[in-house]
Design a protein around this ligand. Structure first.
Ligand SMILES: *Cc1c(COP(=O)(O)O)cnc(C)c1O
Length: 226
């Protein structure tokens, strides 16, 4: 009971804080590795947007949560091309489009009966080999292609900043994202999403214009990957 109350308190605090910003910021609760029951608890408390990284884990949760009909799934992990179909068929958002082939597959596989799939292009802003995402210089070319795809709706950009306590460096990376977002808006004025900021760096991200923050451990506690 203590844990549940604590999570709800953190959730409320975060939502309050995000509401007090001078632009709208949506909270995505990142539930990877946490059980369905934890998602349900937050759902009952009014949280609707949830983020998952691992496709198989997400599919199982999705099945068990079918009664939560207005739950919004954000896929925020790397998607292998051969895993794109379930995502196209069941997700509401994909934040991690980082190559043309993945975009093409999602566009082909998105059922006609559903609205276009909301997508963000993932930028490798930290410029680390281990991170996914495309180089900033390649963003515009990929965006031009995605904009032509009728079953995808390009919403904006996403990044994972460097895992560091260096706030100046974090701010620099998030500001670079804001610049890229402006560039993208110059060819696609309808884009409205800058998905950046996690448990450790969301305050800086919001300062730099984030419209969606993806927060896991600050709400659910430490993850156990085993
Ligand atoms: C796990 C994850 C998050 C949440 O990270 P926390 O530090 O637990 O808040 C956000 N974004 C992505 C892409 C993730 O993989």
């Amino acid at each position: 009971m203590g844990i549940v109350q604590n999570r709800l308190d953190v959730l409320n605090e975060l939502q309050q804080h995000l509401q007090d910003q001078n632009h709208e910021v949506k909270l995505i609760a990142v539930s990877k590795t946490f059980p369905v029951q934890d998602i349900r608890t937050l759902y009952v408390a009014g949280q609707r947007d949830f983020g998952e990284n691992y496709i198989q884990e997400w599919q199982q949760k999705d099945k068990q949560l079918q009664d939560c009909s207005d739950l919004i799934w954000h896929i925020i992990g790397n998607i292998q091309s051969n895993k794109s179909r379930p995502v196209a068929e069941r997700a509401h958002w994909v934040h991690t489009v980082d190559r043309l082939k993945l975009a093409q597959r999602l566009n082909e596989q998105r059922p006609d009966a559903l609205p276009a799939l909301n997508v963000c292009i993932e930028i490798n802003i930290a410029d680390e080999d281990a991170k996914h995402g495309i180089a900033p210089q390649q963003m515009m070319a990929l965006a031009q292609e995605v904009l032509k795809m009728p079953r995808l709706r390009l919403r904006g950009l996403m990044c994972v900043a460097k895992d560091t306590d260096d706030t100046a460096l974090l701010r620099q990376q998030f500001m670079q994202m804001q610049d890229l977002f402006k560039q993208l808006k110059s060819i696609a004025p309808e884009v409205d999403t800058l998905s950046m900021g996690m448990s450790g760096d969301w305050r800086i991200a919001v300062d730099c214009g984030a419209t969606h923050v993806r927060i896991g451990s600050a709400i659910f506690g430490k993850r156990d990957y085993a």
